[in-house]
Design a protein around this ligand. Structure first.
Ligand code: DQA
Length: 144
């Protein structure tokens, strides 16, 4: 019998504004709607713990806490901190579990400043441009 896998999903700044925020880029669903969509469509029973913060230090602390907790993988959309945060990069480097970085939009098609992804240097997998399927596909990548 396989045990239920446990995932922490971290969303960084402004992702609490999904739905209202540039829907032509990020889609019309709110974060809560994406959470419901993700959990409904998972191919296996998983335990998903969702965390969102607009504050860099709080995200660092939540990542650090993972070292004392029993999660199978971290899925993280660092939002704009992906492009700027050495602190989140350093925290991710501490982890021994897979880190899947997701971006709803395909940042390669966007502004130059989004081409730098500091946090991706500590990520096992990077997935971009999947919109509302981003979190679902990230978790599914660990269920294969
Ligand atoms: C984002 C892309 C980032 O460049 C942006 O700052 C975000 C959202 C995405 O999911 O596409 O906040 O991470």
């Amino acid at each position: 019998m396989t045990s239920t896998k446990k995932f922490l999903i971290i969303n960084g700044p402004n992702l609490n504004m999904l739905g209202a925020r540039e829907p032509e880029i990020y889609g019309s669903l709110s974060l809560l709607e994406i959470i419901k969509y993700t959990e409904k469509n998972l191919s296996a029973k998983c335990e998903c713990v969702w965390y969102q913060s607009n504050i860099e230090g709080d995200i660092v602390t939540r990542i650090q806490e993972l070292t004392k907790q029993d999660f199978n993988a971290l899925v993280i959309n660092p939002g704009a901190y992906s492009h700027t945060s050495v602190a989140i990069l350093d925290a991710l480097h501490i982890l021994k579990i897979p880190v899947i970085e997701v971006h709803l939009s395909n940042t390669h098609l966007r502004e130059e400043f989004r081409q730098t992804k500091l946090t991706a240097k500590a990520s096992t997998i990077i997935m971009e441009g999947l919109g509302k399927n981003a979190y679902l596909m990230a978790i599914e990548s660990q269920l294969l």
